[in-house]
Design a protein around this ligand. Structure first.
Ligand code: ZN
Length: 64
């Protein structure tokens, strides 16, 4: 499995009560860190291996 050079996570694709529409795109490292911070500050998640694994499984390749 190859790692794409740019990925994107979109909160609109994830179930949440906050109707969050944030989209984060960048390199996988950037997106992972930004998404963890966002999940903690806006969605009340704990920074955990499970959260990081979930982010990795939910991002899409961003061809832009
Ligand atoms: Zn969000």
């Amino acid at each position: 499995m190859s790692t794409p050079s740019r990925v994107k996570v979109d909160c609109r694709n994830t179930p949440s009560e906050s109707n969050c529409s944030l989209a984060i795109s960048g390199t996988p490292e950037e997106v992972l860190e930004a998404a963890v911070q966002h999940a903690k500050s806006k969605h009340g998640h704990e920074d955990s291996a499970e959260l990081r694994e979930w982010i990795r499984s939910s991002w899409m390749e961003d061809p832009s």
